[in-house]
Write a protein of this length. Structure first.
Length: 490
C-alpha cells in the first residue's frame, strides 16, 4: 500500500480556503446567474479574508513543515500570503465597474483565487516539486486572466505571449531542477544543499543545472535579459491584473529566487552571485533607459518594473540579515505602490471610456484638474517609484543601498542611484502631463463605473506608501522578522 504524505491541514488552511472558495463560487454561480457579480465579490473577498485571517493568526509562531517536508510555513510565507490576499482583494474592488466582470465575474474571481493559492505554495516551497506545482497553478490561471478581456485584441495577445514565453521559462526551470536532481539525488532544497556541500557531484551537471534554474527564475522576476514578456503583457492585460502582476507576482517570484539560491544553492554562491550582479546592473540601467522613450503610461511603468527588479536583486546579492530585510521591505512597498499607480490608470481609462485602449501622456494632459485626488495620489506613487521621501519607496531603496555599501557592494548602490535619476526623467513627464495648464478645463467629470472601489484602492495604497515612509519602524520590523527565515550565505 502506498503511504501518502503527512499533511498538517491547519498549516495549509489558507490555500485550502482559496481553492474551496474558487470552486465553490463556480458551483454557486451556476444556480444564481442573475446575482453573479455580487456573489463573486462577496465570495471572493470572503475567501481572501479567511485565507489572510489564518495567516495573521499564525504570524510569529514556530515554523511548520508539512507535505513530506516539501512545504514550510514560516513568517515569510505568512507575509506573502497576507500581501497577496490584500492585492487580490484590491483587484476585485477595481473590477466592480468593469464590463467583463459584470458578465463573467465568477470565472474571473475563481481564477484570481487559484492564482493566490499557487503563489502561497510557491512562497512556502522547500522542494523543486512543490515550487513547480505552485508556479504552474498560479501561472496557468494568470495567463487566462491576462487574456480575460476577450473583446480586446491586445489582451488576447498579452495572454498568448505570456503563455508561450512563460511556458519556456518554466521548462528551463524544470530542466535545471532535473539536472540538480541527477547530480544530488534530491529535489528538496536542503537535500540539494547538503549533497553539494559534501562534494562528489559532477561539477558540469551542477553548473548546468544551477544556470538553468537561475535563467528560469530570472525570467519569472522579469530581470534582463529575460524580461521580453514584461512590457507587452503589462500593456495588454486588464489594468487591474497588470497592477496585481507588478506587485504580487514580483514579490512571490523574488521570494522563490531567494529561497532557491540561499537554501538550495549556497555552495554555488561563486556561480550565481556574479550572474545576479550582472543581471542587476543591466536591469537597472536598461529598464530605466527603455522607460524614457515610452509615451504609453502602462508600458512606461512596465519598463520601470523591470528596473525595479534590478534593485531587488541587490538585496539577494548582499544577503545577510540587513540585505534580506531590505529586500522584503522593498518588495512589499513596491507591491502597494504599483497597485496604486495602476488603479489610477484604471480610473483614467474609464473616465475616457477607453477600457479597450491605453493611457498615454498626451491623453492624460490636464486630467489632474478633473480628478485631483487620483492625480495627487499618482504623484506620490511616482515619487515612491523614484525613491523620494517621505515614501516607502525611499526607505526601501535606502535600506537596500545602505546594506550594499556596508557589505562592499558600493558600486551597486551607485548604479541604483543612477537608475533613480534616470527614472525621474519619465516620472516627471507623467506629472507634467497631468497638470498641463494649457489644456486645463473647469468642467468636472461624472462618476465613472466602479469609481468608489477604485478610490478605496488608491486610498489604501496611498496610506501604506506614506506610512511606510514616515513611520517605517514597524514595517521594517515585520520585514526583518519574515526575512529571518531565509538562509544567509557567508
Amino acid at each position: 500500500m502506498i503511504q501518502g504524505p503527512s499533511v498538517d491541514w491547519v498549516a495549509i488552511a489558507p490555500e485550502v480556503a482559496l481553492i474551496v472558495g474558487a470552486f465553490g463560487l463556480l458551483l454557486l454561480a451556476t444556480f444564481v446567474r442573475a446575482y453573479e457579480r455580487g456573489l463573486s465579490v462577496i465570495v471572493g473577498l470572503g475567501a481572501l479574508a479567511v485565507s489572510a485571517g489564518f495567516a495573521v493568526a499564525a504570524w510569529g509562531g514556530a515554523p511548520v513543515v508539512t507535505l513530506s517536508d516539501a512545504f514550510r510555513v514560516d513568517d515569510l510565507t505568512e507575509l506573502v500570503r497576507i500581501t497577496v490576499a490584500i492585492m487580490a482583494a484590491m483587484v476585485i474592488l477595481l473590477s466592480i465597474g468593469w464590463a467583463r466582470f459584470r458578465e463573467h465575474g465568477s470565472e474571473f474571481t475563481a481564477l484570481l483565487l487559484l492564482v493566490c493559492a499557487g503563489m502561497s505554495i510557491v512562497a512556502g516551497s522547500t522542494s523543486f516539486v512543490t515550487l513547480f506545482v505552485g508556479l504552474e497553478l498560479f501561472s496557468l490561471s494568470l495567463y487566462v486572466l491576462c487574456a480575460f478581456d476577450g473583446k480586446s485584441r491586445a489582451s488576447l495577445e498579452a495572454g498568448f505571449k505570456y503563455l508561450v514565453l512563460g511556458t519556456i521559462g518554466s521548462i528551463v526551470l524544470v530542466y535545471g531542477a532535473a539536472f540538480l536532481y541527477g547530480a544530488t539525488g534530491s529535489f528538496m532544497y536542503g537535500g540539494v544543499a547538503e549533497a553539494l556541500a559534501k562534494g562528489g557531484a559532477d561539477d558540469s551537471i551542477v553548473t548546468l543545472g544551477t544556470a538553468l534554474v537561475l535563467i528560469g527564475l530570472l525570467f519569472k522576476v522579469g530581470a534582463m535579459p529575460f524580461h521580453m514578456w514584461v512590457p507587452d503583457v503589462y500593456e495588454g492585460a486588464p489594468t487591474q491584473i497588470t497592477g496585481f502582476m507588478a506587485g504580487a507576482t514580483k514579490l512571490v517570484a523574488f521570494v522563490a529566487l531567494a529561497r532557491v539560491v540561499l537554501e538550495a544553492l549556497p555552495s554555488q554562491v561563486d556561480l550565481w552571485s556574479p550572474v545576479l550582479i550582472i543581471a542587476a546592473v543591466v536591469t537597472i540601467i536598461g529598464g530605466n533607459i527603455a522607460a524614457l522613450i515610452q509615451t504609453n503610461v502602462k508600458r512606461m511603468i512596465a519598463w520601470s518594473s523591470v528596473g525595479a527588479a534590478g534593485y531587488a536583486l541587490i538585496g539577494i546579492i548582499v544577503n545577510g540579515s540587513d540585505g534580506l530585510r531590505g529586500l522584503v521591505f522593498y518588495l512589499a512597498a513596491y507591491a502597494f505602490t504599483a497597485m496604486g499607480a495602476f488603479a489610477v490608470i484604471a480610473v483614467f481609462e474609464r473616465d475616457q471610456a477607453r477600457e479597450k485602449s491605453y493611457a498615454t501622456l498626451d491623453g492624460m494632459r490636464a486630467w489632474g484638474y478633473s480628478r485631483p485626488f487620483a492625480a495627487m495620489a499618482m504623484v506620490v506613487f511616482l515619487l515612491a517609484f523614484a525613491g523620494f521621501p517621505p515614501t516607502a519607496g525611499f526607505i526601501g531603496k535606502f535600506v537596500v543601498s545602505g546594506t550594499a555599501v556596508t557589505h562592499g557592494y558600493a558600486y551597486l548602490a551607485i548604479i541604483g542611484a543612477i537608475g533613480s535619476v534616470i527614472g525621474l526623467g519619465y516620472y516627471l513627464r507623467v506629472v507634467l502631463a497631468m497638470y498641463d495648464r494649457s489644456r486645463k478645463s473647469d468642467v468636472g467629470l461624472p462618476a465613472s463605473p466602479g469609481l468608489g472601489g477604485a478610490t478605496l484602492v488608491i486610498l489604501i495604497c496611498l496610506v501604506v506608501v506614506l506610512l511606510g515612509g514616515i513611520l517605517p519602524g514597524v514595517l521594517l520590523d515585520w520585514s526583518g522578522q519574515a526575512s529571518a527565515f531565509l538562509a544567509v550565505v557567508k
